[in-house]
Design a protein around this ligand. Structure first.
Ligand code: ADP
Length: 301
């Protein structure tokens, strides 16, 4: 199969591994920098161009679109979908998953366990917002944040009020969330491919830190997840419409709670900690499902 990997950098671990896995299985991979691709939208025959040349209609596209290029990246992916290429994750599902609040709303509608979360615009509503999150300590999150940046733990009511007020004053979109103390500074990353969790790791925050992001010095280790955790992760990816997803769970007293569903989960941490060939499993999924014109939405919606 002709497979395009939409990635800004060939040297990134995940991109390299996907190229390797394609080659090992006899496919033709091509890394395409989304920001260097451009589109002919007006003509009746959709095309994607790169360096003055028109790109072929690939059999499958593996989008590895960073949060900062979501808008442009999903537009390029949508163009490939219109050309009939099979997207590992659809543009619509990626856009959906990038909006943290919308994601939580979709998951809550289907009864997935979530930390209690509030969202408000007016500073006058802060006291009630704090109540919604179950009082302090609570977590304040910037909707646009990634890699743990913009996630704050407020221990007291006074601290919560002033941080929320400050963010609102800056016109930043924030959500206020129940702090899951039982998680003990750890979360679980479940790597979902199709309808299976193919690998899972626990990420433990450094002492004195509650954010377990590997970028914040968190340490990854192997973990056995429970059937309930497995089912929750698979269901969450399905609700978001993602074939491949990194579902982050918190272990709470009332069962697994979904914190986030990531549409471009990194391979380095998970492959290194588990020793599994996750890239190979992704390509295997494409081999089984990557038929042309199989996009559910064709980029619509
Ligand atoms: P980002 O998308 O920036 O990584 P997250 O929402 O994943 O932000 O939060 C970063 C980290 O903070 C998580 O990996 C987790 O360890 C911790 N964390 C986030 N929300 C909560 C919460 N409600 N209760 C306890 N810990 C949390």
């Amino acid at each position: 199969m002709k497979i395009a990997i939409l990635s800004r950098n060939k040297k990134l671990y995940s991109t390299r591994r996907l190229v390797e896995a394609c080659e090992q299985r006899g496919h033709e991979p091509m890394v395409v920098d989304v920001l260097r691709s451009y589109m002919d939208i007006a003509s009746s025959k959709p095309e994607v161009h790169f360096n003055g040349e028109s790109l072929p209609a690939f059999d499958a596209i593996i989008p590895r679109i960073g949060a900062s290029v979501t808008f442009y990246g999903t537009a390029v992916l949508r163009q490939f979908e219109m050309m009939g290429s099979f997207p590992l994750n659809e543009s619509v599902a990626i856009s959906r998953s990038r909006d943290k609040l919308r994601s939580l709303q979709l998951l809550s509608r289907k009864g997935i366990g979530l930390p209690n979360t509030g969202f408000a615009h007016d500073p006058g509503d802060i006291p009630d917002l704090i109540k919604m999150a179950g009082g302090t300590p609570l977590v304040i999150k910037l909707l646009e944040g990634t890699q743990g940046i913009g996630v704050v733990l407020a221990e007291t009511k006074k601290a919560a009020e002033s941080v929320i007020e400050a963010f609102m004053g800056l016109k930043a979109n924030i959500m206020v969330q129940e702090y899951i103390k039982e998680a003990g500074g750890a979360d679980i990353r479940c790597f979902v491919v199709g309808d299976k969790v193919v690998a899972a790791i626990k990420r433990q925050a450094q002492p004195g830190e509650f954010r377990s992001n590997l970028h914040r010095g968190g340490a990854a280790s192997l973990i056995r997840i429970t059937p309930k955790e497995r089912a929750t992760a698979v269901k969450a990816a399905k609700i978001m419409g993602l074939n491949v997803a990194g579902v982050d769970l918190l272990r709470s007293g009332r069962g697994p709670l979904v914190m986030e569903v990531n549409s471009s989960p990194g391979l380095e941490g998970i492959e290194t900690a588990t020793g599994k060939d996750v890239a190979g499993l992704i390509i295997e999924f494409i081999e089984k499902n990557g038929k042309p014109h199989r996009t559910r939405t064709r980029g619509q919606g």
